[in-house]
Ligand binder design. Structure first.
Ligand SMILES: *[C@@H]1O[C@H](CO)[C@@H](O)[C@H](O)[C@H]1NC(C)=O
Ligand SMILES: *[C@@H]1O[C@H](CO)[C@@H](O)[C@H](O)[C@H]1NC(C)=O
Ligand SMILES: *[C@@H]1O[C@H](CO)[C@@H](O)[C@H](O)[C@H]1NC(C)=O
Ligand SMILES: *[C@@H]1O[C@H](CO)[C@@H](O)[C@H](O)[C@H]1NC(C)=O
Ligand SMILES: *[C@@H]1O[C@H](CO)[C@@H](O)[C@H](O)[C@H]1NC(C)=O
Length: 480
């Protein structure tokens, strides 16, 4: 048992959403590397090559963004349907909470369309079970369930599934399946489409079925498992009772680059929540400029990041926009002028608003926010020959005979409702794909939609998610 354990129960209180908070007093921290799909190590681990030229790499990221935007859109549609169904329900039905979940029968939520295999997110090596088995998982701040391709109760599975890596549940002494009769399965895990009405025996595992619109089916059962993570300094830390989905890999053929997902979204069942709670209530990550230099390392730290830096803080809106980390934006100014964007675009109470999403590269905004922003910035690209990058409206050629005059680009500032501001450097929104060009790093999305503040906008900063106090800290950092 972890030496941390006795400290965990020192303080127990409830946050606004009713989750149980169990902060620890320990200053230990753990670190996972996050490998971007264009990093040389990604190819080593997955066999998937990055495109050769910087412009092709940018083009690939933008194509992936389009899928990601669609996925986030599906997730919000699902939430909207569930919310509407709850409003329509009678009181008795509401008491029988499970009714809610039988309504949207075609739910395609957390894992829409297998398109996860195409996200821009980062992969990391993760050690699951006892003794630990190494898996390559996608780190995703947009989803909350951690799952892996997994075999169990089977003798010839290894022959059936010729995958590089697979989690063998039978070889782990620490796996505990969640009983289908438990409150956790019947109510708590409904957000992940747990079957509440399939329970042959009280102790049978709690199953889930996430059918993708693309025809892929992900079926599995929920279990608590122990995860082993490297400590910042030395040694390892074990995190117990992490909820993982043991997914039958048979129907799951789309998902070839990685072995599953680490859910870093906001939910009492996400790995981020579990790890942060064991390590002081916070996690943070730092993303480097992936386009100009492929060989940069990114990481995520649970617990206090040892770096002492001057951070700015704004409210982190938790539990209002699904499992996403939302921000309370008041407006965006360019060149000191507040842009005319309808306020409802930022309304987190209505379930819209801006979310920080490392699985998207560009800054995706609904048309009525996108248009004023690019209109205010496009003049800075005048005079350079245009070039087409599908998905991005404004791209120009800046070759080695021209220099790009950054001083012509007006300053973009995101203003938060609590008075904080985020003033990114020009390269975070006038994207420099390396040699050859510049693009305005924004994508329009049809309303209704969340605004996704993607990794371009986030690069060069350390982002600290304080889940206990609902605070987001950010500071320029060199991320190494
Ligand atoms: C809720 O009720 C409204 C109005 O009666 C109806 O239009 C809507 O389809 C209902 N929604 C669901 C999910 O049943
Ligand atoms: C594996 O098989 C055992 C014995 O048949 C059974 O008790 C257990 O529930 C099964 N586990 C799963 C995850 O199906
Ligand atoms: C799984 O973990 C959760 C969260 O710690 C806990 O409440 C639950 O009792 C555990 N269930 C099993 C079967 O271990
Ligand atoms: C990338 O970084 C690693 C370690 O910092 C170094 O050994 C390697 O030579 C670098 N590769 C390139 C292509 O720069
Ligand atoms: C500019 O780039 C072209 C091809 O991209 C190359 O042939 C040429 O040598 C470069 N010129 C300089 C001055 O680097």
């Amino acid at each position: 048992m972890s030496p941390l354990y006795p400290y965990l129960l020192l303080l127990v209180f409830l946050n606004v959403n009713g989750f149980l908070w169990v902060p620890s007093v320990c200053q230990e921290s753990i670190r996972l590397n996050m490998i971007h799909r264009h990093h040389p190590k990604f190819e080593k681990k997955t066999g998937v090559k990055a495109p050769e030229s910087p412009m092709e790499r940018l083009q690939q990221l933008i194509r992936l963004d389009e899928k990601r935007i669609e996925m986030v859109f599906r997730m919000r549609e699902h939430r909207r349907k569930v919310a509407e169904a709850v409003v329509n329900m009678t009181t008795t039905e509401k008491q029988q909470k499970r009714q809610v979940l039988s309504l949207p029968s075609s739910v395609q939520l957390q894992l829409y369309s297998g398109s996860y295999s195409y996200t821009n997110s980062y992969v990391t090596t993760f050690r699951v079970g006892t003794p630990p088995q190494r898996l390559l998982l996608i780190t995703d701040t947009g989803s909350a369930l951690t799952w892996a391709n997994c075999i169990h109760n089977c003798s010839d599975c290894s022959r059936k599934h010729r995958r590089r890596r697979i989690f063998d549940a039978d070889k782990s002494t620490s796996i505990r399946s969640i009983p289908c009769s438990s409150e956790m399965c019947q109510v708590g895990l409904q957000e992940f489409n747990a079957y509440y009405d399939y329970c042959p025996k009280r102790k049978s595992p709690c199953w889930y079925d996430m059918s993708y619109s693309g025809g892929t089916t992900v079926i599995g059962f929920f279990a608590n498992e122990t995860v082993t993570v490297k400590r910042r300094n030395k040694g390892h830390t074990r995190i117990h009772q992490v909820l993982i989905g043991c997914t039958d890999p048979t129907g799951n053929t789309d998902f070839s680059e990685a072995d599953g997902i680490i859910g870093l979204g906001y939910s009492p069942y996400s790995f981020a929540y579990r790890a942060a709670m064991q390590l002081g209530g916070k996690f943070s990550y730092s993303l480097m400029d992936v386009l100009s230099s492929r060989n940069v390392s990114n990481y995520i730290v649970f617990g206090e990041d040892n770096k002492k830096m001057q951070m700015q803080y704004t409210e982190l809106v938790l539990g209002k926009v699904g499992t996403h980390y939302a921000l309370n934006v008041r407006g965006i100014s360019v060149g000191g002028v507040m842009l005319d964007i309808p306020p409802y675009v930022w309304d987190v109470e209505m379930g819209y608003g801006a979310i920080l999403d490392s699985g998207t590269s560009a800054f995706a905004l609904p048309e009525m926010a996108y248009r004023p922003i690019v209109d205010a910035l496009k003049a800075a690209l005048e005079g350079y020959p245009p070039v087409t990058v599908t998905g991005l409206e404004y791209c120009v050629i800046v070759d080695n005979t021209t220099t790009f005059d950054e001083s012509r680009v007006p300053k973009l500032v995101i203003h938060f409702a609590d008075g904080a501001t985020f003033e990114p450097p020009v390269k975070n929104y006038v994207i420099n794909p390396g040699e050859g060009g510049r693009c305005l790093g924004f994508m329009p999305t049809p309303w209704p939609a969340d605004s996704l503040i993607g990794s371009f906008m986030q690069q060069g900063y350390l982002w600290e998610f304080d889940l206990i106090n609902g605070k987001l800290g950010y500071a320029l950092a060199d991320c190494t």
